[in-house]
Write a protein that binds this ligand. Structure first.
Ligand code: ADP
Ligand code: MG
Length: 680
């Protein structure tokens, strides 16, 4: 077997199981052994049958003392039953619908059994236990046993056994990606040791050490990847855009720029005038006015005779920005086109043609901008909005359209500085830490279900005053269990429309609607036609309706804290006093404590710091809010300290070996990260 060979050739896997494993993203033996346990069960203690209490889950070592009997109860249900005994006592074992076991368990032989026991008086019984011969090396009993996330058709035992087999045959081929010096400095186990320990630790401490080491390695590889991307782009020459006198631009704005906006613009213009390619992240809370920074850069680039591209994550946002830029920039002589998937083929062709001929200066759109055939002969600036929605790969894909355009990315995801260091390791950062003047704080309330009638009266009052209202419901995943108490956006909409607010105009917006439908609904909300918009989190990012004064969130416990902050940012964008009401729901996600943080705090960065304190960084990686390649193990166990250490080690290594020439295995992995990010 080879490490990167197909898993189907492992003993006991074959075609059928290989197909199922693919659902877990397991294709090669390497994938298989890199499928780490989500938890462990301690089956290391062997118990006496006589001591086991009702309801206990335990491991015993006992002999089969009666011939396994198969009985058919009814169609589709048969039982295999027999008795087992150790020195202390006995128990009855029952298996459901596994008739073949009758021939696998032999009277007089000893096995280890693991399962949940039931006891009625002195009658002890055990159903569907895991078992294996007592004399072999324990794989599933008598030790700490890994617990893997499963997919149907693949059992824990199958995974345990095939991973074991993969380790036995291929472990030697694993290469350490951490430099020897780093391993020494942090006293980490080597890679083979770590792989063995994480799957079959002798004790929990060993499992934790292995995990720490693998987390370290994953973050280290990521930091190397981002670091080398930064180095690479640093050394690229960029189009020189002479920095214009900013007054020419600001003179046309209906407002004064804030100090933070001016600073970010000056930084960016200086980058673009420098001769090397700009790589800048503009990070600012929702409503802080990031769009103006982009507008100023676009203006500078276009007036110098170059083209710019502006990419937004959703069609809704692309539309909104198209309107903003057309209104602002067309009068300055900048020709703006739109490009998104939902346009007619003809409209698309026209836009593409104008870009190719240099008859358009700015293209605003979605990832359709990345499509093949879209060419910008004079592209000098690529802007991505709400960049966390895009993968690192996509970010670089836009850049790859021509040689080294300047890159500006904007994000409202307030990421604590410590994490930003890793997540945006390849970018320079401008922080917009100041809101435009006159913004009012959004009054926020976390309320119980009993408050619903009052909230409904409040909604009615605001609508009667001419304001608009959002009602946001959590996304319900189809195969999720236990969601019965969660109301979908469609249900909430129906009920509000027919029973609660028949006198008002309501609209419904959710992710599964066709783009054209979504656009129509959003357009009627923007125009004020729709008074109450019931929606899923599609409205989360960037949508700007200044007349909206109330954000109601159903089952707020289902959202992340930063996500709730984003939602709240949809209101309070105009001159009207605005409110955010969070229905607490029945718990499960955000705790009461965390909702309180949101009620008290309106600064996105401080909220994210709070979130980090309460949840640890795992959630930031887990929530896919960062646009990085999926992390395998760091989601589960990363700690901030490890993050910082891994970053420091990566910097140290890149300083000594910028192109990773002396570390070919690491270099290969770094390259594969970006390949995967692009397809993913
Ligand atoms: P975000 O940072 O969330 O992308 P936007 O760029 O959409 O924020 O700006 C939010 C709103 O604030 C817009 O309506 C915009 O016109 C307005 N705005 C931006 N800058 C200023 C400013 N300096 N003074 C007043 N209003 C501003
Ligand atoms: Mg925005």
């Amino acid at each position: 077997m080879e490490l990167y060979g197909d898993v189907r050739y492992l003993k006991g896997i074959g075609e059928a199981r290989a197909k199922l494993l693919e659902k877990l993203d397991i294709r090669t033996v390497y994938d298989l052994i890199s499928y780490f346990p989500r938890a462990y069960e301690d089956r290391s203690v062997i118990r006496d049958l006589a001591e086991i209490a009702e309801g206990e889950t335990a491991c015993v070592r006992a002999a089969v003392i009666s011939t396994p009997l198969l009985s058919r109860i009814r169609k589709g249900l048969n039982l295999t039953r027999f008795r087992i005994a150790d020195d202390s006592g006995s128990a009855e074992v029952t298996f459901f619908n596994q008739p073949y076991l009758k021939n696998q368990l032999h009277v007089g032989s000893r096995y280890s059994f693991y399962g949940r026991f039931q006891r009625f008086g002195n009658k002890l019984s055990l159903q569907n236990p895991t078992f294996e011969p007592a004399d072999g090396e324990g794989k599933t009993t008598g030790r700490i046993v890994p617990v893997y996330r499963l997919t149907s058709g693949i059992s824990q035992n199958t995974l345990i056994k095939s991973i074991r087999q993969g380790l036995d045959s291929c472990l030697e081929e694993l290469r350490d990606l951490l430099p020897a010096e780093t391993i020494r400095r942090y006293d980490l186990p080597d890679i083979r040791r770590a792989y063995r320990s994480i799957h079959m630790p002798a004790d929990m401490a060993e499992a934790m050490r292995a995990r720490q080491r693998l987390v370290f390695e994953e973050l280290f590889v990521l930091a190397c990847a981002l670091g080398s991307m930064k180095n690479q782009r640093r050394s690229e020459a960029g189009h020189v855009i002479p920095a214009p006198a900013l007054e020419e631009f600001t003179g046309r704005l209906p407002f004064e720029l804030t100090g933070a906006q001016s600073r970010a613009i000056r930084d960016s213009l200086a980058d673009m005038a420098s001769g090397s390619a700009m790589n800048r992240l503009v990070q600012g809370d929702v409503g802080s006015g990031k769009t103006m920074v982009a507008a100023a850069c676009i203006w500078a680039v276009c007036r110098a005779g170059f083209q710019a591209a502006f990419m937004a994550p959703t069609e809704l946002l692309a539309d909104q920005h198209f309107r903003t830029f057309s209104t602002l920039l067309e009068p300055m002589g900048i020709r703006v086109v739109q490009l998104k998937s939902s346009m007619t083929a003809k409209a698309k062709r026209e836009a593409v043609e104008r870009l190719a001929l240099g008859e358009a200066d700015l293209a605003v759109g979605t990832h359709a901008l990345l499509s093949e055939g879209v060419e910008f002969p004079r592209l000098a600036l690529a802007v991505t909005d709400e960049q966390h929605r895009f993968g690192v790969g996509q970010r670089s894909a836009l850049a790859a359209k021509t040689s080294a355009p300047h890159i500006l990315v904007m994000s409202a995801t307030p990421i604590p500085r410590t994490l930003a260091l890793i997540l945006y390791g390849d970018l320079d950062v401008s922080v917009i830490d100041e809101l435009p003047p006159g913004r009012q704080k959004v009054d926020t309330y976390a309320v119980e279900e009993s408050m619903r009638p009052r909230i409904q009266r409040f909604i009615a009052r605001l609508v009667d005053e001419g304001r608009q209202v959002y009602v946001v419901c959590p996304m319900i995943e189809e195969d999720e269990e236990g969601t019965l108490d969660l109301r979908s956006a469609a249900e909430v909409y129906e009920q509000l429309r027919t029973e609660v607010f028949p006198q008002y105009r309501l609209g419904l917006l959710h992710g599964r609607m066709k783009t054209a439908e979504k656009e129509a609904v959003m357009a009627s909300f923007v125009s004020g036609e729709i008074q109450i918009l019931v929606s899923t989190t599609v409205v989360e990012v960037g949508v700007d309706v200044p007349n909206a004064a109330l954000m109601v969130v159903e089952n707020a416990d289902r959202f992340g804290l930063s996500q709730l902050h984003q939602l709240r940012g949809r209101v309070g964008r105009g001159k009207h006093k605005s409110y955010c009401v969070l229905f607490k729901g029945k718990g499960g996600g955000v705790s009461a404590e965390r909702l309180d943080a949101l009620v008290k705090e309106s600064d996105g960065f401080r909220i994210s710091e709070e979130d980090l304190k309460l949840r640890g960084p795992g959630d930031f990686f887990g929530s896919r809010q960062h646009g990085l390649p999926t992390l395998h193990i760091a989601d589960l166990a990363a700690s901030l300290d490890v993050l910082k250490e891994a970053q420091a080690e990566a910097e140290r290594l890149l300083a000594a070996d910028p192109s990773l020439e002396k570390h070919p295995a690491l270099r290969q992995r770094v390259e594969s990260i970006f390949r995967n990010a692009e397809t993913g």
